[in-house]
Structure formats: C-alpha cells, structure tokens
Design a protein around this ligand. Structure first.
Ligand code: GLN
Length: 307
C-alpha cells in the first residue's frame, strides 16, 4: 500500500476516537486548542513527504523539545553528561518527585522533566546565560528542520511559568543536591521557553530525520550526532520517550518516539523515515491518545517497526 493511502485510511479510522482523552490543562494556555484536531506527516530519508489533516498547523511541542536539547547537550558534553542524568526508564509520571530524593537528585533519564531541566542547566552553562542557550537551541532546531521561521509561543511559556510549581520543586530539589549549577529561576524560565517552541507535523518529521539516518541529516548530509550517540538517543526514546507508558508504546507501536503534552508525537523508523502526529487529547499518561493509535496503525499497515 502507498503511504498516502495508508495515511488516508488511518485518518478515517481514528475519527471515532477523536472525542476521547483529555487536553492538558495544568498549563492553561495549552487548553486553548481544538480537541478534535488530527494531523500526521511522514518525511522519508530521501526527502519525500506525505501528510494528512492539517499538518501545517503549529502546536506546542512541549517534551518533544527534550530530544533537541539532549542532542545539543550530548554534542557538548559527550559521555560526561551521564554523570548528571541516567539512562534508565523511571516507571513514574513525567513530573514525579519521588525517585529524585531517593536517588540524590540524579534524574533517571533526560526525557522526564527532572532530566530535561538538568540538560537545560547544562546548556545554559555552555552558552553563558539562558537567553543565549535558547538562541542556540532555536538555531539548531531551525537548522535540522530546514526552516528559519520556527519560534517560541511566549503565551504558552508565561502560562507555564505562572503554574510550574512542580517543575520548580524538581529544580529546587536537584539544586539542593548540587545537580543544578545555575540560578533556578533562570533554568526554569529557559526550560519553559524550550517547551513552548511551536512547530507543525511537517517541520517535526523533517527535524527528526537525523535520528533515522545514524546521526547524519540525509538531505543536507550534515553530521548532527555520531552513529553511536544516535543509537543511544533512539534507545532512550524507545525506553523513556513516553514516561511510564514507554513499555506500552513499544508494545503497541514498536518504534522509538517522543511525545509532548501539547499532543504531538514523533517516531522514527531507522534507515527509512520520520513520522510526526498531532492530536491534543491525551491518555492518562500524558501522551496523545489518538496519536499513539495512529502510529500503531501506521506500523501495522506498513509492516515496519524495529521489531
Ligand atoms: N512543559 C511540560 C512540563 O514541564 C512538558 C511535559 C511534557 O510534555 N510531558 O510539564
């Protein structure tokens, strides 16, 4: 079956599910979206593109940004980064505090909030301040998306800043253990802005291609990561990319992927393509409900997964 035919079939099949799930409202600005929205985009390693639904509509990428920041931090710090953040699934919700105290302020992995806050702190140390770290991150995202228009939705960032009590608790706890080097407020402001990057499915599927091609952007041939680093990012996406539902995502979909509470998920098929999906209503684990289903259907219809 052609990819465009498969996307049309998925689009039809997910319709009855669009009324299920719940949009994230703990960040009030995220609740201002159309709950029924659905879009899916596929970019092949050779640059061919397929899309269904409103795949050019922007949304808040939220935790999908953690893949970009982790990639940048890996480029700067290499293996030294793992002294501050581990690579083990947490089995807990993305914003949980419980393990962090027992484990002396070292987050389980870079894709839960605590881990991403540490990664953000490391980027600030490298860039000298939060604004510059953010600028570097945006430059990087624009480079790998081949799109200079990508920016931050400031209203989402300030909404999260006003309500980010849990992230503030995580950052302060890690600071008390000596695992945050910069000013906590600066780290949080930078982290919230990173989460508020606004992108669409087409841009996201383009941006993740380096992870489907051993770290080299298959279109520009630019090396983003080494092949070994890419293997590790993908392993972390598979084992930790959906928090305490990562096992179930691997079971249902069978691909490394990363979700965000804005309703996006991006998954890659090594050597072949990158797939982005958007549907803002979430399941109980904070992952897009319809997005997960759509990806499951995609791997079922194409017969492609890493297993
Ligand atoms: N900005 C969100 C938060 O920190 C990101 C969480 C997510 O997308 N899972 O709560």
């Amino acid at each position: 079956m052609e990819i465009s035919t498969i996307l049309d079939k998925i689009h039809l099949q997910i319709q009855p599910l669009l009324s299920q799930g719940k949009v994230a409202d703990y960040i009030p600005a995220l609740a201002n979206v159309n709950h029924q929205e659905f879009a899916m985009a596929v970019t092949l390693n050779n640059g061919e593109f397929y899309g269904v639904g409103n795949y050019q509509q922007h949304f808040s990428i939220q935790s999908i940004s953690k893949v970009f920041s982790f990639t940048l931090a890996l480029r700067h710090y290499k293996k030294k980064l793992y002294r501050r953040v581990w690579r083990e699934p947490s089995g807990d919700p993305f914003n949980s505090l419980i393990q962090l105290e027992h484990e002396n302020g070292i987050p389980r992995n870079p894709f839960i909030n605590a881990g991403a806050i540490v990664v953000c702190d490391s980027l600030i140390s490298k860039a000298a301040d939060g604004e510059l770290a953010l600028k570097d991150l945006l430059t990087f995202i624009r480079l790998i998306s081949a799109d200079d228009t990508i920016g931050i939705d400031e209203s989402v960032a300030s909404s999260e800043l006003q309500h980010g009590f849990r992230n503030s608790a995580l950052a302060n706890l890690m600071k008390s253990f000596g695992n945050i080097d910069n000013d906590v407020e600066q780290v949080l402001t930078t982290y919230f802005k990173q989460c508020s990057v606004s992108m669409n499915c087409q841009q996201l599927s383009r941006a993740f291609l380096y992870l489907a091609n051993h770290g080299i952007d298959p279109i520009t041939q630019k090396q983003i990561l080494t092949s070994a680093q890419t293997k590790r990012v993908n392993a972390l996406m598979l084992t930790c990319g959906h928090y305490d539902a990562s096992g179930d995502f691997a079971f249902q979909v069978g691909l490394p992927g990363k979700s965000g509470v804005g309703g996006g998920i991006v998954a890659i098929i090594p050597g072949k393509m990158s797939i982005a999906v958007y549907s803002p209503a979430l399941n109980e684990f904070g992952n897009s409900l319809v997005g997960t289903k759509a990806l499951e259907l995609f791997t079922t219809y194409t017969g492609l997964s890493i297993f």
